[in-house]
Ligand binder design. Sequence first.
Ligand code: ZN
Length: 679
Amino acid sequence: MKYKYILSAILVSSLFFISCNTADKKEALNAEQEKVTSDFNYNAEQFADIKILRYQVGGFDELNLQQKKYVYYLTQAGLAGRDIMYDQNYRHNLKIRRALENVYQNYTGDKNSEDWKKFETYLKRIWFANGIHHHYSNDKFKPEFSKEYFDTLLKETNTALAGEAYDVIFNDADAKKVNLNADKGLLKGSATNYYAPDITAEEAEAYYAKIKVDKNTPIEKGLNSKLIKENGKLTEKVWKSGSLYGASIDKIIFWLQMAKEVAENENQAKGLDLLIKYYQTGDLKIWDDYNIVWAKSTEGDIDYINGFIEVYNDPKGYKGSYESVVQIKDFDMSKKMEALAHNAQWFEDNSTLMEEHKKKDVVGVSYKTVNVAGEAGDASPSTPIGINLPNNNWIREKHGSKSVSLGNIIEAYNNAGGTDRLKEFAFDENEVKTEEEYGQLADKLHTALHEVIGHASGKINDGIGTPKETMKNYASTLEEARADLVGLYYLPDAKLVEIGISPNAEAIGKAAYDGYIRNGLLTQLIRLNFGDDIEEAHMRNRQLVSAWVFEKGAKDNVIEKVTRDGKTYFVIHDYTKLRALFGDLLKEIQRIKSEGDFKAGKALVETYGVKVDQAIHKEVLERNSQFKSAPYSGFINPVLVTETNDAGEITNIVVTQPESFTGQMLEYAKNYTTLPDEN
Ligand SMILES: [Zn+2]
């Protein structure tokens, strides 16, 4: 499963949720989305409803040459399959894309006209969506230029595009990529190319019902093939070497073989060997064998996914979309987490929990952040922010799974917004400056504390059920609140400086507290439609924590609600007392969980975490409306450039940034055209 940002109309401001309900994948998003921009230019461009961003590849320079080659070959393998995704999305996508690219590169007429700009936007939307349907809504794009204009372009550039592939650009056919409305026919109503157009959902279902699989170790049947009709009989055309998509797959195999030669360890090489065999044979049993090795392959600094993996694009849920992501361990974050895990007992012993609720032998939770080095297929330009694989359940249960956050992607999302929103909601210059200097680091430390220490802390009294049983629908909010509070309590602690992960206890504490309160009481409301209650567990937790300390600290003026020029701010006056309040709430929430006190848990969440102050919500939405930006974001990939000696051997590989989205898309078209127009 991958985790993607979902955007609703109100979030026209680079704010996002993730589709998963696995609580901990969302953690990396705990920060508000008003983070500061560093020197790196995250924003490449904007068109239609799309924003194109860039990401940096932290840690790449720390790799040795062999590791760099490993990353390079794996990213090449990923890109070699790029065309597959276009063809999977729609049978005419490659033909249309190539015709438009030909026009784009050869047209010599007026390129300042409105028509040309509309044509350009249409092509960019296709590049972004890997086809002529919107990546999120699944609706076919409507060109804003006329048929007559398009005809002129085709003619003047000698571009051939006719028949169905031409007509479909302007007519109403194949209007939906993935149709989930059964009345229209799940397959007949979907434009995706996983089934021949004359096959119905019922026929496909009957076909796959007949394929018997081992009950205990079922293969993912239908994952890597197109279902077609031959002489009236259903049969599968498997995506493998020598068959459908064979030309692409052979290129993928070539690069995987190169990667295998420079793998970091035996297990990685063994995995690649199986993946290659799978691509050669199309045997889904080998795909399972591969996934078992892959799931257990946790040594080494580099990891990847490559294959036909997610089935969201098939309304019947059998067929895997091609995708690839190559990742490097986040060395900086790993160091912080290791230092925390190493000291987990100290944090438990020194927390504000009641003695009987402290664990005697606490073990830090392991949490993995990686940095992406390259993406392709379904993972690009629209990218996941977390990956949890393999998908096959029996493998997950028997052999384990791997779950990672894509740290540099999340960082890029957070930074792309610039400082304008921060300046709107921060009380003064000082608050802005603290955030700019320390906000990002404070966030990282908070995430690390939350995950490694927070979720590991505390114990349930003997005879009391699990929080899921005792706290029911309030369990996740309370668990997230507890983990956040552990982080908040320790962020200003000198211990973090002592163990070498914080530069300045006071400054980090201030940045973290300012940011948390600002988000919990103001900015996170941007994500909510006016009039709605807060439903999502992390959002409930943040408001609960912020509203509780605001109320309890009121008599000492710990946090003051200030109105200036009709705008509301929350200003922290006493950071020491605030820390103590966080500690008090931590103790109370742990007590509730340890004792299974449902009534108190419910009261806490319902009183502080659910209802929204309507006047403030209205004001926040109004203040936020000035920050217009496209609702969907995606990324161009950094370019890995090889340096070679006279003998042609790679001597170094460096990361560079592409100049533009268009430039990269045309580069890809030039270098990774691996399939014919029709497959
Ligand atoms: Zn959490």
